[in-house]
Design a protein around this ligand. Structure first.
Ligand code: 13P
Length: 255
């Protein structure tokens, strides 16, 4: 974590959470933010399922917690049944959109090209894209982790990246929901490789401002160690983001 990048702790609720979580989780977190004596040294974001977005937006209003969505379409509008446009997400208050999560790359066969179009759409609507990348266990075992991840960054990140419109989330697929995490050394090495790739393309100054989150079984017990790494600028949290105490503790570990 660097002084020039505000640590971002983003909760990806995935296909979890219902009406009870609007107040029970988002409202609870907003109350904790309001109770802080000083401005926190971290930024919190929650990314609930689409139908909850407007209600969660109300629950976190003026709390300083940011709202994010879990996907958007690459086109501005049109005949795409079941998809949601970036413009609508911005209208209901989203500041972030997660794109290219490995679960979408697997479940929906999303390619780097599609992820890039989604990221571009999110940015064009005034939001920051959280572009997810990560290798499978087989790719890591074959010694190809860095090649795969940097390849995804090159393929999935649109031109014109800035510190304001882009966040990268490095999520090793084998660490998601498994209780396994990358070692601090492996995480730092991968984050540094991602930043070097961004620097090649966008310049060192821009790359130095772009936040690179770690995701994959981040919990209160391992967050401090991961968040202390030089190039780890926050976390994209799945399971632990569904428990207010755990998500809050990860924020505290950052701040
Ligand atoms: P877990 O924290 O449940 O491992 O999920 C990580 C993730 O996929 C966040 O996008």
């Amino acid at each position: 974590m660097s002084q020039e990048r505000t640590t971002l702790i983003a909760g990806n609720w995935k296909m979890n959470g219902g009406l009870d979580e609007v107040d029970g989780l988002a409202g609870d977190l907003a109350g904790r933010m309001a109770g802080l004596a000083a401005a926190p040294g971290f930024e919190l974001a929650v990314c609930p399922p689409f139908p909850l977005l407007p209600m969660v937006a109300s629950a976190i209003e003026e709390s300083g917690i940011a709202l994010g969505a879990q996907d958007c379409h690459g086109n501005e509008k049109g005949a795409h049944t079941g998809d949601v446009s970036a413009k609508l997400l911005a209208q209901v208050g989203c500041a972030y959109v997660i794109v290219g999560h490995s679960e979408r790359r697997t479940d929906h066969g999303e390619t780097d090209e599609q992820v890039r179009a989604k990221a571009e759409a999110a940015q064009a609507a005034g939001m920051a894209a959280i572009v997810c990348v990560g290798e499978t266990e087989a790719e890591r075992d074959a010694g190809r982790a860095t090649e795969v991840v940097v390849g995804q960054v090159v393929g999935s990140v649109p031109e014109g990246a800035t510190a304001e419109n882009l966040v990268i989330a490095y999520e090793p697929v084998w660490a998601i929901g498994t209780g396994k995490t990358a070692t601090p050394q492996d995480a730092q090495d991968m984050h540094a490789a991602i930043r070097a790739s961004l620097a090649d393309r966008f310049g060192a100054e821009t790359a130095a401002g772009i936040r690179i989150l770690y995701g994959g079984s981040m919990k209160p017990g391992n967050a401090a160690e991961l968040l202390a790494l030089a190039d780890v600028d926050g976390g994209l949290i799945g399971g632990a983001s569904l428990v207010a105490d755990d998500f809050w503790a990860i924020g505290q570990a950052a701040g």
